[in-house]
Design a protein around this ligand. Structure first.
Ligand code: ATP
Length: 242
């Protein structure tokens, strides 16, 4: 029996009496590049923060590669929620060294390897304040990979990037999956980018899942993912999971 990479069951969270994540189930299989979509305020960031253990959940379970003990489970998960934050007056390498101090067993060799992987080796000595947004996103990916997780969780990794920067991040994510076998969970509003990148998609609205499945199965003939998203999230659309 294969173990799922991420299994979220009946996950809920309220703020001030309002349920912002409501009885949510999600399933991500090993090797998926999974796109997590939803309109503004749908509950994506809250869900990702619960999965990463950054905030408590009111109800529900989160299993990562079969493990539901939160401390053990998170050893297999690296992630950045909200844009990566770095010390602008330190170099890229020194920023990674600081984060490495919180991650057991990270050697200088591992930092070199990650800088090469995210194509920042030749800029590692430069201050982060001189980095483009794309370079910061890639440094964020390196940060998330410090602990050598099996799954990577990224919140809007291409937000604010120009087309070349988006393509670079997309290629990096695909390489991480194809060459290193990583499972990647990525939230985004950029549906054309998601359509190019993700094999499976989950869409939530008002904290509730409205559909989950393979990208090609959610998109009808002649439709773009954007058309499908607008159709599925239209008020009162009442679409069922096919
Ligand atoms: P976006 O696409 O705009 O980033 P999102 O899908 O990530 O949205 P969340 O940020 O998870 O949505 O927010 C879901 C709901 O929860 C929103 O109504 C938001 O106002 C509310 N919310 C989120 N964090 C808090 C908080 N700390 N206190 C109170 N309400 C919150």
């Amino acid at each position: 029996m294969t173990v799922s990479a991420l299994e979220v069951a009946s996950l809920s969270r309220s703020y001030g009496g309002k349920r912002v994540v409501n009885n949510l189930d999600l399933l991500v299989e090993p090797g998926d590049i999974y796109g997590f979509l939803g309109p503004n305020g749908a509950g994506k960031t809250t869900t990702m923060r619960m999965i990463l253990g950054l905030i408590r959940r009111d109800e529900g379970t989160v299993r990562i590669f079969g493990e539901d003990d939160p401390v053990k489970a998170r050893r297999n998960l690296g992630g950045i929620v909200e844009s990566p934050r770095f010390y602008p007056y330190l170099t890229g390498r020194d920023n990674l060294r600081i984060f490495a101090a919180y991650t057991p067993g990270v050697t200088e060799g591992r930092i070199d390897e990650l800088l090469t992987l995210v194509r920042l080796r030749d800029r590692a000595k430069d201050l982060v304040k001189t980095y483009s947004m794309g370079m910061r996103q890639r440094l964020g990916v390196a940060q998330a990979l410090l602990g050598d997780p099996k799954m990577l969780m990224l919140d809007e990794p291409v937000n604010g990037l120009d087309p070349a920067g988006m393509k670079e991040v997309r290629e990096l994510i695909r390489d991480l999956r194809d060459e290193r076998g990583l499972t990647v969970f990525v939230s985004s509003h950029l549906l054309s980018d998601v359509e190019l990148l993700c094999d499976r998609i989950g869409i939530i609205q008002d904290g509730t899942k409205i559909i989950e499945g393979r990208t090609e199965d959610l998109v009808e003939a002649g439709e773009s993912l954007e058309d499908a998203f607008l159709r599925l999230t239209r008020p009162g659309s009442g679409e069922q999971i096919r």
